[in-house]
Design a protein around this ligand. Structure first.
Ligand code: KDG
Ligand code: MG
Length: 415
């Protein structure tokens, strides 16, 4: 079975997505997600100009060979654009293989290791009362694990905390949403002021309040968005120990793997990192030295199912689990792939789940199902995605960016 054609679909139903559609000479269609938030058109061009011309006529079943051909053949190793493009091809080929086999994809990855994938939702609020409303809404919907982010006294806005304006960018049900939309549509990125000392003073009191109100059972998570130095991160981890977090995420800038060693020496709060990583090499020391507890790389940004499964097999040797990135900028195609792999992985930990807008669901037609705090893929062959291309074409790309953080003196800061 040969690849007959590959087409790149760029659509923006509330936010931008890049999807690769591969069609075989037998007429089987597979989809892969290559969305890179704020840099979408770079992946679209990489695919259209440099990858699609190489795919025509290749064996659609030769997934590993195609992965190696695109990775090694590029000469230039790794990088988010390359790895998102390879991810799109790899995922689409797995979708095709499963459709040809007549099986849901997770069956080809080893079959189900659990009934469903535990997910965490995003609760946030400008202040503690608003945060409590958001936590209650998540509990009512059945979430058993919740990420907690709040505004910080003295700061006008904090990334990761929904304001009604930011939430509405996600489209659809703006006033019902307590999560946030990572990118904002605009010609330039928004700029926000950041103050680490104010943040470090405030966060432990928020977790104390949440545990006091909602008890010990819910799994609580927190994302520090790479903003801290190792010693600040160590201090935060220690100060949160009484509140028994499921994980503390991205405490220091991810590119400095050494930093995690310092954090690890000071705190028993579990650590998660890697949503900005795109290959197994980024985890070489973190995993072998057991400096983290959860791997955050999603299928969409780290070379697809083939390579994320490799990372997770390596992690399994050290009891490290998956915690794949799943914001709204990972499309329903990427989330479907994550849920199939997550269902099969022995060392699955948790899956991030920010619910996509109604418009996004209408375009992508995902068939995974949320119930009892977890996601489960449907039993249909392949990934379980049904893209309405006519509808997709009605949502043209719109420029959108993640915000930039500046310290009070104007210096650009990690966000
Ligand atoms: O595109 C980047 C966002 O998706 C990211 O900032 C969200 O940190 C994030 C998370 O954990 O979902
Ligand atoms: Mg994060």
């Amino acid at each position: 079975m040969l690849i007959e054609r590959a087409d790149v679909i760029v659509t923006s139903p509330g936010r931008n997505f890049v999807t690769l559609k591969i069609t075989t000479d037998d007429g089987v269609v597979g989809y892969g997600d290559g969305t890179l938030n704020g840099r979408e058109l770079a992946v679209a061009s990489y695919l259209t100009d440099h990858v699609v011309p190489l795919l025509t006529g290749r064996d659609a079943h030769a997934i590993e060979d195609t992965w190696q051909y695109l990775y090694r053949g590029a000469y230039w190793r790794r990088g988010p654009v390359t790895m998102a493009a390879i991810a799109a091809v790899d995922t689409a080929l797995w979708d095709i293989k499963a459709k040809v086999a007549g099986l849901p994809l997770y069956q080809l990855l080893g079959g189900a290791s659990r009934e469903r994938c535990l997910v965490y939702g995003h609760a946030s609020g400008k202040d503690v009362p608003e945060l409590f409303d958001s936590v209650r809404k998540h509990l009512d919907e059945g979430f058993r694990a919740i990420r907690i982010q709040t505004g910080v006294p003295g700061l006008d806005s904090v990334y990761g905390v929904a304001s009604s304006a930011a939430a509405s960018v996600g489209g659809g049900d703006s006033d019902a949403r307590y999560d946030y939309e990572p990118a904002r549509r605009a010609a330039l990125p928004a700029e926000e002021t950041w103050d680490t000392r104010a943040y470090l003073r405030h966060v432990p009191s928020v977790f104390e309040a949440v545990r006091g109100e909602f008890g010990e059972d819910i799994a609580l998570l927190h994302d520090a968005h790479h903003r801290l130095t190792p010693i600040q991160a160590a201090k935060l981890g220690k100060s949160l120990e009484p509140y028994d977090l499921f994980w503390l995420e991205d405490v220091t800038p991810a590119e400095n793997q050494e930093a995690l060693r310092w954090v690890r020496h000071h705190t028993t709060t579990p650590l998660a990192i890697g949503e900005v990583f795109n290959s197994i090499w980024d985890y070489q020391h973190l995993i072998r030295e057991q400096l983290i507890d959860y791997v955050r790389s999603p299928i969409t940004h780290a070379g697809g199912i083939t390579s994320v499964r490799r990372i997770m097999d390596y992690a399994a040797m050290y009891q490290i689990k998956s915690g794949m990135h799943g914001p709204t900028d990972v499309s329903p195609v990427g989330l479907a792939a994550a849920v199939h792999l997550g269902l099969a992985l022995h060392n699955f930990g948790i899956q991030e789940y920010m619910v996509h807008s109604r418009e996004t669901h209408e375009v992508f037609g995902p068939t995974y199902e949320f119930a009892r705090g977890g996601l489960r893929p449907s039993e249909e062959p392949g990934l379980g995605i049904h893209i309405d291309e006519e509808l997709a074409a009605r949502y043209p790309y719109e420029r959108a960016y993640l915000p930039v953080n500046r310290l009070r003196d104007g210096t650009v800061h990690d966000w």
